[in-house]
Design a protein around this ligand. Sequence first.
Ligand code: SF4
Ligand code: SF4
Length: 346
Amino acid sequence: MVLNPTIVRQHNSTTLMELRVKRHPMAPPAVPPPSNPRLLARIIETMNFHELTSSPENDRYRKVIYDEQHPMVDGPVAAVRTDLGLPADAAQEIKRRAHALGADLVGITAVMHEHVYDDRRVPLPHAIVVGMAMDHPATVSAPAPGAGIEITRVYMQLGWVVVRLAAQIRELGYDAIAHHPRGDRLCDSELLFIPHAIAAGFGQLGRHGTMLTPRFGPRVRLGIVSTALPLAHDRPIDPGFDWFCQRCDRCVRSCPGDAISRQKVEDRGALRWIVNHDACLPWFVKYDGCGLCISECVLNLPTVDQTERMSARIGAARDRWAQRRGPEGSRRPAAPPQEAYSVPRA
Ligand code: SF4
Ligand code: SF4
């Protein structure tokens, strides 16, 4: 986005006032405006657009999700079971069907009860995780309304994938429940999608709290179908993104709420990247998704080819770094190669 300094100057005081007074009733206490002037300017410029929550496109997508898809997340199971062969064969068939329905990524893992919400239950053992890529130009326009509308559009398209896949599995005679990517008070998800997607081999957690994938970077939305159909499971992958995120802080510098941590922190027994949700939420609510951290992510590249090349470079740089480092404790870790930092941008 090209910033217009005149608009920034004209709207600066109005915007800061607006940030203080026009906040969502559910938002926590105000956070200071972003310290990064470039980002502040970008946000000010987008504030001239209408609020996302009143967008007719968004309303149309949400109506489909709430009125047509949510009632389909569960349903009757056929009395007669169709044999899909061994779990590996069944997994292949389910992946084929999910791709035919429109999924860009499909992986299978066990339902992880430590990642099911405390007051919920997922009674079925296998999780079919599906992912769908968001459009790159819309994603990089965040926090303009187009980015949030694209998120809702993908939630709707992916919603059809999970409800139709679950329906197909029930027709085969096996229990299946769709866990919709976009919930509401009546139909909210029971489990966390990202840990399941990582276990199913989609990618690794990025510093900004969103999963990074080798094909689409962070531009992926997720849904799950849990099922009793016996399926072979996939394995997690290590493309080097976790290593890279420890050496990159572009999303930290992009965040208007200073919500992204510079260090991993101990969380439920593991060291992880954590986003401060209290700091993020006012911005998230204001822009119906914000998304600057995804927009600015080094791995958010326009095409699959570019993203795969960047992923391969990161993996190779990590491998060279590991080789130079030698046996554990032999010497101080070497600095990562410079090419890991030279980031092509669209
Ligand atoms: S979505 Fe939240 S974490 Fe990401 S840039 Fe916006 S405020 Fe920061
Ligand atoms: S911007 Fe850099 S640190 Fe942040 S998630 Fe992307 S690659 Fe990781």
